[in-house]
Design a protein around this ligand. Structure first.
Ligand code: TYM
Length: 329
């Protein structure tokens, strides 16, 4: 069985983009692949993080993974910080990556272009840790949204570089983007991606938003003055974004939705999408609440850490030997 791995940072609240671009993919593929899904808490501290919030976000994230349908019987769910091998291999890749490569990473470039100060060394070298996350498990596929594709490309280069320098060690993974929804956009500015760090909360639907508030956000989503319902991301990006959301959540091809709305107005379409989002969140949050109130999380993470550590520790020993470290214990 081929392996698949992915992770999400427990920073801020998860939104519909994370669900559509990532979580829904994990759930879809867990029957077909040997699946490893983790919580990237070591990536979360690349920006200043309040410990209490990090604890809460971590718990919310695992509960949302489970509420969305990830099954711990089929998929190994774990915390990155529970498996030491991630930082160990991360350091090896830090020493194998050129600064120029990291300077070309879009997320870093965007932050420097905006003139952000206080960018940490961790934020700069973060893609090296991400490469370690993936390569430790010999993942064949990495399901991610569009914004993470560049990091997976670097991971591929690093796997090849290590294999060439020290002999065949790592599987070279492939990024896997969903066909519909690899980039969900802000509801208020459909040229920008929906993002955890967006300050305009009307543009983002959080998975833990009050469903009635989420419905209002859909109703007030920015569209255009063309007035025709069709899928044209170039000239009608807001509408295309709404159609994508409806298509994924209601599992209906975009063409079919467009056909149903021939000759109708945006208001009617928004009403249906608002209801779809309302129902989706209501159901997800009922499941989330049950999980949070139960005490299943600790046990799932403990089991997951054991399984993941077994695979990852074997790999790091192999790597250490190849690079010439003497293993004394
Ligand atoms: P993170 O936490 O920013 O995002 C988690 C996942 O959600 C996807 N995503 C989106 N997809 C569609 N539309 C959007 N608007 C949108 N916003 C976010 C992201 O592409 C991602 O798949 N570096 C990663 C976490 C990570 C990781 C890994 C992922 C660490 N190690 C190893 C895969 C494999 C990150 O910050 O994702």
């Amino acid at each position: 069985m081929e392996r698949m791995l992915s992770g999400i940072k427990p920073t801020g609240r998860l939104h519909l983009g994370n669900y559509i671009g990532a979580i829904s993919q994990f759930v879809k593929y867990q029957d077909e692949y040997e699946m490893y899904i983790f919580i990237a808490n070591q990536h979360a501290i690349t920006v200043p993080t309040d410990p209490k919030a990090l604890r809460q976000n971590t718990k919310d994230l695992i509960a949302l993974y489970l509420a969305a349908g990830l099954d711990p019987e089929k998929c190994t769910l774990f915390l990155q910080s529970d498996v030491d091998a991630h930082v160990k291999l991360g350091w090896v890749f830090t020493c194998l990556t050129y600064m120029g490569e990291l300077q070309r990473m879009t997320q870093y470039k965007d932050k420097t272009a905006k003139g952000e100060t206080g960018i940490t060394d961790g934020l700069f070298t973060y893609p090296c840790l991400m490469a370690a996350d993936i390569l430790l498990y010999d993942a064949d596929y990495v399901p991610v949204g569009q914004d993470q594709k560049q990091h997976v490309e670097l991971t591929r280069h690093l796997a090849e570089r290590f294999n060439n320098r020290y002999s065949e060690t790592f599987v070279v993974p492939q990024p896997l983007e969903t066909k519909v929804g690899k980039k969900i956009f802000s509801l208020q500015d459909p040229t920008k991606k929906m993002s955890k760090s967006e300050t305009d909360t009307k543009g983002t639907i959080d998975l833990l938003d009050d469903p009635a508030v989420a419905r209002k956000k859909i109703m007030s989503a920015v569209t255009d003055s063309v007035g025709i319902i069709q899928y044209d991301p170039e000239s009608q990006p807001g509408l295309a974004n709404l159609l994508t959301i409806q298509s994924v959540l209601a599992n209906e091809p975009i063409e079919d939705i467009v056909k149903r709305y021939e000759g109708k107005g945006y208001g009617e379409l928004k009403k249906e999408i608002g209801q779809t989002v309302f129902d989706f969140l209501t159901d997800l949050q009922a499941k989330y609440k049950k999980i949070i109130e139960s005490n299943v999380i600790d046990q799932i993470l403990e089991e997951g850490a054991k399984k993941a550590s077994y695979v990852a520790n074997k790999k790091i020993r192999k790597v250490y030997k190849k690079i010439g470290f003497t293993i004394t214990k």
